[in-house]
Design a protein around this ligand. Structure first.
Ligand SMILES: Nc1ncnc2c1ncn2[C@@H]1O[C@H](COP(=O)(O)OP(=O)(O)OP(=O)(O)O)[C@@H](O)[C@H]1O
Length: 285
């Protein structure tokens, strides 16, 4: 196994945030971590990326315990995609992407191999050619996210971690970003671990999902075993309609307001009479 996690626990001030988490990830797989607010997703990602230490338990990356890697070794191995980690002001798009090479440079900022062709190809792949000399602070949120992904690509990691990568992106850019990551995953056998709030994106792009609730794994498996109306209702407290994607066959959810869902159910069972007029009013509001 590429990543092995066993009985991982994390406490903050005597409060348990992660409790006996165990799972494994194969090389080249995309694992989605899902769960309600406060369920422990970001905390788990921080432990997996070596940013924070577990209170108990074990994480192995490629057969070696994570705490035995030096910071520089880890940076050559794994990258975390975060917009917030971009430098604040004064750097061009090209310079920021080049920063992804820091772990491979000596103290003079030199590297053994020529990096220009790599940086050029990333700029082209991410559609950033027109923007390469622009200052980062002059870009939109979607453009900055593309630069952030370009910087992680320059790092050439074997493991990519994403913390809610599609937040702030419109639907076109969400799909573009996830498609780029999938291409990269397939071309380079990249392993991806992604914290995702959007269950439809998670079902479309992840091979397996890990569902967290109150710091525990409640379910793990292929999207069709996890994105189920009963399980989602139990964990998220809302009852979506779950349908099969007409092209890819994976589950996709349609949200419905709880009050409307209740009324529809009541109407079907004939327990509550709503006049046709009021019902129509509901639909058109
Ligand atoms: N440094 C910290 N000190 C104390 N408590 C913390 C700390 N970091 C996280 N927590 C708590 O741990 C719990 C899980 O937080 P975490 O950010 O991992 O959840 P999450 O699933 O990523 O949530 P969200 O979906 O809202 O981003 C929360 O109750 C949070 O307040």
């Amino acid at each position: 196994m590429f990543i092995e996690v066993e009985s991982l626990s994390k406490r903050f001030d005597n409060q348990s945030v992660l409790d006996e988490i165990s799972f494994s990830v194969k090389r080249g797989e995309c694992l989605g971590i899902i769960g309600p607010n406060g369920s422990g997703k970001s905390t788990l990602l921080k432990l997996l990326s070596g940013v924070d230490r577990a209170t108990a338990g074990r994480i192995e990356l490629n057969g070696k315990r994570i705490e035995l890697y030096t910071r520089k070794e880890l940076a050559k191995w794994l990258a975390v995609l975060q917009q917030e980690s971009l430098p604040p002001i004064g750097f061009t798009v090209r310079e920021v992407i080049e920063m992804g090479r820091f772990p491979f440079q000596n103290w003079l900022g030199e590297e053994k191999t020529e990096i220009e062709p790599l940086i050029d190809s990333i700029i082209e792949k991410m559609g950033l050619s027109e923007l390469s000399d622009r200052l980062l602070e002059s870009l939109s949120g979607g453009e900055r996210q593309r630069v952030a992904l370009g910087k992680t690509m320059a790092q050439q990691p074997k493991l990519l971690m994403l913390d809610e990568p599609t937040t702030y992106l419109d639907i076109g850019h969400q799909v573009l970003l996830m498609d780029r990551i999938r291409e990269w995953q397939q071309e380079d056998d990249l392993t991806v671990i992604a914290v995702l709030h959007d269950l439809n994106i998670a079902a479309l792009y992840c091979n397996r999902l890990l569902l967290l609730h109150n710091g525990r794994v409640v379910a793990a498996g292929a999207p069709k075993h996890i994105i189920r109306a009963d399980l989602i209702q139990h964990i998220y407290g809302t009852t979506p309609i779950v349908m099969e994607h007409p092209v890819f066959g994976v589950p996709q959810i349609i949200l419905q307001g709880e009050s409307i869902a209740q009324r529809t159910l009541s109407m079907k069972s004939g327990k509550e009479g709503i006049s046709r007029k009021r019902r129509n009013g509901y639909v058109h509001q």
